[in-house]
Write a protein that binds this ligand. Structure first.
Ligand SMILES: Cc1cc2nc3c(=O)[nH]c(=O)nc-3n(C[C@H](O)[C@H](O)[C@H](O)COP(=O)(O)OP(=O)(O)OC[C@H]3O[C@@H](n4cnc5c(N)ncnc54)[C@H](O)[C@@H]3O)c2cc1C
Length: 611
């Protein structure tokens, strides 16, 4: 049993009450989890709490890409792209079982106000590949003719289609990336607790020395002593800053809402991720992505001021996205009744960054002179008066001028993110993208450690986070297929069907051994509650080692059942619910509340209130 199990919850609470922590982290989304793994691996006595399940905030509600944001290259904002494209590769290396290369198709239309015309897209993709170091690999970009685009995606709107491009990006499982960071921090000695809310601070000489916490499951309140406290609560960051007496400060965050919808592949079948202008001339772009046997699409970007824990899809969101997708896929004819599942997230955008996301809005740009030089070089390359090497040299010089700025000012830990320290010593790390999480955490830790040393006199060496794998990532990233086959074969040797074992291997990576250790007990529960063995073993592992407490934790954040295997989820939901109650010996009133919450969340994801 791991310390993350609900069965260990009381022991973790006792530890939190007793210990003096070096670092206390508020919020267990990707930002907090990223800080926790680095802090624990660097030897800091580390604690983290989240008022919901881990990853229940924005970090399970993204577009599920680890990407460089090619759209920023519309205005050649190289710094942003340099950061994210470099981090894309780093995240793939430290979590090789999670993000996977997944080339993106971008069809181009001859329409007003498009993001890219062919020349600009070619330049953007070359810069993108150059910054990512994938030139001359199988993932190098390609310009495509209209016919080639239609060969890849025959049902795309043909009117106005003038060609397109294909470039590398990565798919992702956002919530699993969070839990694998949390699990590694746990293995490295951190104390981490979900469903525990920070309600206030205690001070000595004007500096925070302890945090007040409310256990959301029991109602108990307790105090945790910490030398340094960091606020990584994403959209909630201002609320925590206000708890620290910063009510007089203007709001730092300007959260915007983004929604995604899932339909069956039979309704809209895409062979690869696709990213296109909406056709609404609103400067936005939309993704349509295949995942398992489903297709999902999004997103929107609207200012949001409602309930942060329960943002909802509106009729306007549905109308907008269906209009855009049906326009580009004229034969799809999607209606709201085709939407099987949906999710809504709040971008933790920093107001001073003009609150723009990757899919609309711009910031910064390449100088006009450099841009003109690039265009001239590309023209010359086109009519064969300029050598390819000359173009590559230019791209290289741009990339080396913009990567890893090494600027130590607090607000520059990564573009789009912000690190600040209040008068009482509260660190706040917010904004950025999921893709940048490791770099954001590193930037924060580089300032936390000296502050901690100043308080305690203790010295710490920051872990080399770019090569420190998350839980499950202990295998060679360049041998993914071989590793998955090996892990799957171990499962098959233990009696699982190879296909089921392979799915588990892809979910758990090198933790496959730990998962399979629960097979004997999982078999008993599978029989008792009529569950497929792959679901049962996944569930027991998730309860024992991944802090699963409710069926929703399991369906929505530890697996993809809620979003991309909706039918299967409906078939197993009662069995899963009963196993959790039985295994954790939960009272009848808790069991009833969990069942009710599950049904409500399913109805909400299915948009029943709008159908
Ligand atoms: C629609 C959409 C699409 C996106 N797509 C992508 C993408 O494809 N790729 C990408 O890189 N990025 C993407 N992003 C951005 C990315 O998802 C976010 O930047 C990231 O998830 C933010 O993580 P976070 O940990 O800062 O915040 P969160 O994940 O929201 O975590 C904050 C946590 O703090 C907890 N908390 C709040 N108050 C308290 C309290 N008082 N006590 C204890 N805990 C508390 C919350 O419960 C929450 O779990 C997208 C965002 C959205 C909204």
């Amino acid at each position: 049993m791991s310390k993350l199990s609900y069965k260990s919850r009381q022991a973790t609470i006792e530890a939190l009450k007793e210990n003096q922590y070096d670092l206390f982290i508020i919020g267990g989304g990707i930002t907090g989890a990223g800080v926790a793994i680095q802090a624990a691996a660097s030897g800091l006595k580390t604690a983290l709490v989240d008022m919901q399940d881990f990853a229940e905030g924005t970090s399970s509600r993204s577009t599920k890409l680890v990407h460089g944001g090619i759209r920023y290259l519309k205005n050649f904002d190289l710094e942003v792209v340099s950061d994210t494209v470099t981090e894309r590769a780093t995240v793939h290396n430290i979590a090789p079982h999670i993000p996977q290369p997944d080339p993106m198709l971008m069809p181009l239309y001859d329409e007003p106000k498009v993001t890219f015309n062919p020349l600009r897209l070619q330049i953007a993709m070359d810069i993108y590949d150059s910054l990512a170091g994938v030139k001359d690999t199988k993932y190098a970009n390609e310009m495509l003719s209209k016919e080639e685009v239609l060969e890849r995606q025959p049902d795309l709107m043909q009117e106005g289609l003038i060609g397109g491009g294909k470039y590398l990006d990565f798919n992702n499982n956002d919530a699993r990336l969070v839990i694998e960071n949390i699990k590694q921090a746990n293995d490295d000695g951190a104390d981490l607790l979900s469903h525990a809310k920070v309600t206030g601070f205690e001070y000595e000489n004007g500096k925070i020395v302890a945090v007040q916490v409310e256990d959301k499951l029991s109602g108990e309140t307790f105090t945790v002593k910490a030398h340094i406290v960091i606020n990584t609560t994403g959209p909630w960051s201002d609320t925590i800053r206000q708890l620290d007496g910063e009510d007089d400060k203007p709001a730092q965050m300007r959260p915007t809402k983004g929604v995604h919808f899932v339909v069956d592949r039979a309704k809209l079948d895409v062979s690869q991720p696709i990213y296109f202008d909406t056709g609404e001339q609103d400067g936005r772009m939309v993704f349509v992505l295949p995942r398992e046997n489903k297709t999902y699409f999004g997103t929107t970007d609207t200012d949001y001021t409602g309930d942060f824990e329960h943002p909802t899809v509106t009729q306007e969101d549905v109308d907008y996205l269906l209009k855009v997708v049906n326009h580009r896929f004229p034969k799809a004819g999607l209606t709201i009744n085709d939407i099987e599942a949906s999710w809504v997230g709040l971008r933790p955008l920093i107001d001073s960054n003009n609150a723009s996301d990757y899919n609309g809005g711009d910031s910064g740009r390449l100088s006009e002179r450099t841009f003109d030089e690039l265009v001239t070089l590309f023209d010359g390359y086109g009519d064969k008066t300029v050598e390819r090497a000359t173009v590559e040299d230019k791209l290289q010089s741009i990339s080396s001028n913009t990567s890893e700025r090494g600027d130590a000012s607090p607000s520059s830990v990564s573009r789009g993110s912000d690190l600040s320290v209040s008068a009482s010593g509260l660190f706040t790390l917010a904004g950025g993208k999921l893709t940048d999480y490791r770099k954001m955490a590193k930037g924060a830790m580089e300032q936390v450690i000296p502050a901690l040393t100043a308080i305690t006199g203790k010295a710490f060496t920051l872990v080399q986070s770019a090569t420190y794998p998350v839980s499950g990532g202990q295998f060679d990233p360049s041998a993914y297929d071989t590793a998955m086959d090996q892990f799957a074969n171990i499962g098959a040797a233990r009696g699982l069907a190879y296909g089921d074992a392979l799915k588990l291997a892809k979910l758990y990576g090198s933790n496959m051994y730990r998962v399979l250790a629960y097979l004997p007990v999982a078999k008993d529960y599978a029989e008792k509650y009529d569950l497929p063995i792959d679901i049962a073993v996944s569930l027991i592992y998730a309860i024992e080692e991944e802090a699963v407490y409710t069926p929703l934790d399991f369906f929505a954040r530890r697996t993809t059942l809620m979003l991309f295997q909706h039918d299967k989820m409906l078939a197993v939901k009662d069995g899963v619910r009963q196993v959790i109650v039985d295994y954790l010996d939960l009272d009848a009133d808790i069991a009833d509340a969990q069942a009710k919450a599950l049904d409500e969340e399913i109805a909400k994801a299915e948009l029943q209130y709008l159908k």
